[in-house]
Design a binder for this molecule. Structure first.
Ligand code: AGP
Length: 607
């Protein structure tokens, strides 16, 4: 939800901190700030709103210093304001924080009783005050930080800086990711590798409960028990974290356009050269021993799981339960013998999904994750992590990660069908061939960009939009509704077409567009009947279908979007394109911030 960065550098750090924060801004953008040790004293600059406001401030009020920390915020406690912006400082202590301190009120009472006073409504200020209090009681900087970290409950990634300590930074990680970057005579910390790649490709990921004492030339890591810990230093591929728009107006547009290529990457990674079978990397799942699959995720990743339910049940004949992580983790469902627990997460750091995974650990037969960040917490805590190879996804609205998740999940379902002998070989071969052709089908599918832009100008005038779908196009309709609402701010919802008569049809009037996602498949005729019921009541139907579908049912609809024919099993992946492009162009017509929509952040690392 927030991004943090720290630098013990050899040059002025303010520009470097801002450059890193730019790479973290997708995590939260309510406010931003930096602090440095400037001639031995802590000094701060903070600004509300986008990072550019901080950059502007630094032009007028430069901040010197070769050691510093920075933060870009998604507000959890306290409104977005300069006062509530990080870094927070108390006396000789400054700190930046990603996460939520759950016992901050208790700590505030304790500190107030000792005469400390507060100027913000944030949980993070309590961290600075607590460390300051320990220093007032005689602790040195390192001990004060260590004692403070030990008192904190909840989730946090932290970086501390101290007055008079130009070559010392304390970092800590519990529930929120944090990485250390190794430079030549410099040291860095960051919420993820993307933030650190302007400085280094040598990364060490802190583990859960770790805290670290950094100088420009040393890193001392201690685990949750205070024991020295040796964490691997790895080199990351710099280009894998390249974050530019590639000539597109928005990251989202770039990432929509990247889908044919990255889906091809994913397919090549899992289907062997002769195209005859799916091969899992670095590990195996014996689906003959799996009696049930439980899939857990949030948001778009949840809709990917919901879609995959159809595939696992129809192709591999294995029962599947799909759950929203925030519900699953507190319902504590029984996990029976023979359960495969499958977690899908683009970031691999979503707090609720990680908590659900931890609930299943030791209960499920196997913990498998489908992630876009192989070194993420969810990946590291899985028995087997399946990468989706989508590349860095910066737009807050997930696009290429969604279709890559679907592609990997479909291949996994086909792999399960092969092991369980539930699908005729020719059928599986046909689907594998369709998957290998999918990238070129997606290229053709992207040709709806222009007609979608025209349609979206009309949709932008709507107050409400309803999406309908049947079979695996029902979760796709749910995803389409999420895409539209999260970036255009238009209220949108989705229903299974067959559900319309059970209530939602009361919504139908001549104002609310009804977008029907309907390839010409076995359920098409049923959906056409639902469409007719909508149009008979003056409803404005947007039919998203293929040529055959239009020929059979295109008369009388308000608008149509025609996309290529594809094997019905693969339709949810292809129909993600109109879902994404409708949202994208409608948001542009509405003038909203496509890549950084209001109130959202890319990675929800707090619950
Ligand atoms: C999708 O467009 C949203 N940004 C959001 O629903 C996202 O899918 C959800 O927060 C899950 O994130 P994850 O895949 O990183 O776990």
């Amino acid at each position: 939800m927030c991004g943090i960065v720290g630098v013990l550098g050899t040059h002025e750090v303010a520009p470097l901190l801002v450059e890193s924060l730019k790479r973290l801004e997708y995590r939260g953008y309510d406010s931003a700030g930096i602090a440095t040790v400037n001639r031995g004293k802590l000094d701060r600059r903070r600004a509300v709103g986008k990072l550019v406001n901080l950059s502007d401030l630094l032009v007028h009020e430069p901040l010197a210093g070769t050691s510093g920390i920075g933060h870009t915020r998604w507000a959890t406690h306290g409104a977005p304001s300069v006062t509530n912006a990080h870094p927070h400082q108390s006396g000789p202590v400054a700190v930046v924080h990603n996460g939520i301190i759950e016992n901050f009120r208790e700590l505030r009472e304790e500190l107030a009783a000792k005469g400390q006073s507060f100027v913000t409504q944030t949980d993070t200020e309590t961290i600075a005050l607590l460390a300051h209090q320990y220093m007032l009681e005689g602790a040195d900087a390192r001990t004060a930080a260590e004692k403070t970290i030990a008192r904190l409950h909840g989730a946090f990634a932290l970086a501390f800086l101290f007055d008079g300590e130009d070559d010392l930074m304390i970092a800590a990680r519990k529930g929120s990711p944090l990485a250390i970057g190794h430079g030549d005579g410099e040291m860095f910390v960051g919420s993820d590798a993307i933030a650190l790649t302007p400085m280094t490709d040598r990364i060490t990921y802190l583990e859960e409960g770790d805290w670290a004492v950094l100088t420009r030339t040393s890193v001392e890591i201690r685990d949750a028990n205070g024991q020295l810990a040796n964490r691997a230093e790895r080199r990351i591929q710099i280009d894998s974290t390249r974050v530019d728009k590639g000539g597109h107006k928005h990251f989202m547009a770039k990432e929509i356009a990247e889908q044919p290529r990255v889906i091809g990457e994913a397919v090549r990674h899992y289907i062997d050269e002769d195209g005859a079978r799916v091969v899992l990397p670095r590990g195996e799942i014996d689906f003959t021993k799996i009696r049930r699959v439980t899939m857990v995720a949030c948001g778009t990743a949840y809709y990917a799981c919901f879609t995959a339910k159809y595939w696992f049940e129809q192709l591999a004949r294995v029962p599947v339960e799909v759950d929203i992580a925030s519900e699953f983790r507190y319902r504590e469902p029984p996990i029976e013998e023979g359960t495969l627990a499958l977690f899908v997460s683009q970031s691999g750091e979503t707090a609720d999904t990680l908590a659900a995974l931890r609930y299943c650990a030791g209960k499920a037969t196997k913990i498998v994750s489908v992630v876009n960040v192989p070194e993420s917490s969810i990946a590291r805590e899985s028995d087997l992590a399946l990468p989706i190879h989508a590349g860095a996804e910066i737009g807050v609205a997930s696009t290429k990660a969604f279709t890559c998740q679907l592609t990997v999940l479909l291949m996994l379902a086909l792999h399960a069908s092969a092991q369980r002998g539930t699908l005729p070989k020719e059928e599986r071969a046909r689907l594998l061939s369709a998957l290998r052709s999918l990238p070129s089908t997606m290229v053709t599918g992207l040709e709806i960009n222009a007609p979608t832009e025209t349609l979206s100008r009309k949709l932008a005038e709507a107050q409400d939009v309803l999406f309908l779908g049947r079979g695996p196009l029902y979760p796709l309709a749910l995803e389409a509704a999420l895409k539209l609402k999260e970036i255009s701010y238009i209220h949108a919802e989705a229903y299974a077409s067959g559900e319309l008569k059970h209530g939602p049809i009361a919504l139908i009037d001549n104002k609310m567009p009804v977008v029907v996602m309907a390839p010409r498949d076995a359920l098409f005729d049923k959906t056409v009947s639902n469409m007719q019921e909508v149009m008979a009541r003056g409803g404005k139907v947007v039919l998203v279908t293929d040529e055959q579908g239009r020929a059979e049912a295109g008369d009388g609809v308000w608008e149509t979007l025609i996309i290529p024919h594809v094997d019905p099993v693969l339709a949810p992946i292809l129909y993600a394109l109109p879902a994404q492009l409708i949202a994208y162009h409608t948001a542009i017509a509405k003038g909203t911030d496509v890549d950084q929509p209001r109130n959202l952040a890319k990675s929800v690392t707090v619950e």
